[in-house]
Design a protein around this ligand. Structure first.
Ligand code: KIV
Ligand code: NA
Length: 263
């Protein structure tokens, strides 16, 4: 099938068709996800938890991301490939660019970074240099020790207003996609309506332009605590392929996320 580009994502959003994204860490699963219709594959730094068994995403290195991005890129033929820059890899625009180049040379089409206003200069620096950027707001797991745990964000008027301002700053700086994690559904809708770029939600309600899940959560194999926004799509299915297809169908028809997955 045809390559998924930033134009594809814009067209899907404009047509009101939900965008599907999953994390992928290796070639075989990347290939299968793509065949099941997943548009975006994310080499998430969640790999530190679900693949490597760490307690957080903080130990993940750029080398880890580069290795898994190259693996995914060899398995995927048409999906858009987005790679996370890990903790400590984008403290300055220059270091962000150097590490983004490594991820892009491994096969990424876009990089994702966590944070708001403080990253505006970095987003501009990257996009001026042909590195497409996906921003990530709300619950940003690399900030877990600053946030004091994996908690829902944007519940107060002040924090919701700050998140909306951050989203506009990321878009103005050149971001082409925005992941929203663990925020009230109403705020997910407000941010999506406010922006012209697509939003991808994980625990951000049904009104985002698309949805993302961690593959191990979708398959019900992650042994850790299950977040409210997680759904095990293996339930009722007899193959991994059927579970991926069920996820794509549920996002496309709006049945996932349901109320029980939302804040
Ligand atoms: O690392 C990851 O898997 C992510 C998604 C949850 C958005 O950043
Ligand atoms: Na991540």
């Amino acid at each position: 099938s045809k390559a998924v580009t930033v134009h594809t994502l814009g067209a899907l959003r404009a047509a009101g068709e939900k965008i599907t994204m999953l994390t992928a860490y290796d070639a075989s699963f990347a290939s299968l996800m793509e065949r099941c219709g997943v548009e975006i594959l994310l080499i998430g730094d969640s790999l530190g938890m679900v693949c490597a068994g760490h307690q957080s995403t903080l130990p993940v290195t750029v080398d880890d991301i580069v290795y898994h991005t190259a693996s995914v890129a060899r398995g995927a033929k048409s999906a858009m490939i987005v790679a996370d820059l890990p903790f400590g890899a984008y403290g300055t625009p220059e270091s962000a660019y150097a590490n983004a180049v490594r991820a892009m040379q491994a096969g990424a089409h876009m990089i994702k970074i966590e944070g708001g206003a403080w990253l505006a200069d970095t987003v501009k620096f990257l996009t001026d240099r042909a590195v497409p950027v996906c921003a990530h707001l709300g619950l940003t797991p690399q900030s877990v020790h600053q946030l004091g745990g994996y908690k829902v964000q944007g519940k107060t008027t002040e924090s919701a207003d700050l998140l909306k301002a951050d989203a506009l700053k990321m878009q103005a700086a050149g971001a082409s996609l925005l992941v929203l994690e663990a925020i009230p559904s109403g705020l997910g809708k407000e941010v999506t309506d406010l922006l012209s770029i697509p939003t991808i939600g994980i625990g951000a309600g049904p009104d985002c332009s698309g949805q993302v899940l961690v593959m191990h959560d979708l398959l019900g194999v992650f042994p850790g605590r299950k977040a409210r926004f997680v759904k095990n799509f293996m339930e009722g299915q007899t193959s991994i392929e059927a579970a991926f297809s069920a996820y794509v169908a549920a996002v496309k028809d709006g049945s996932f996320p349901a109320l029980e997955h939302c804040f």
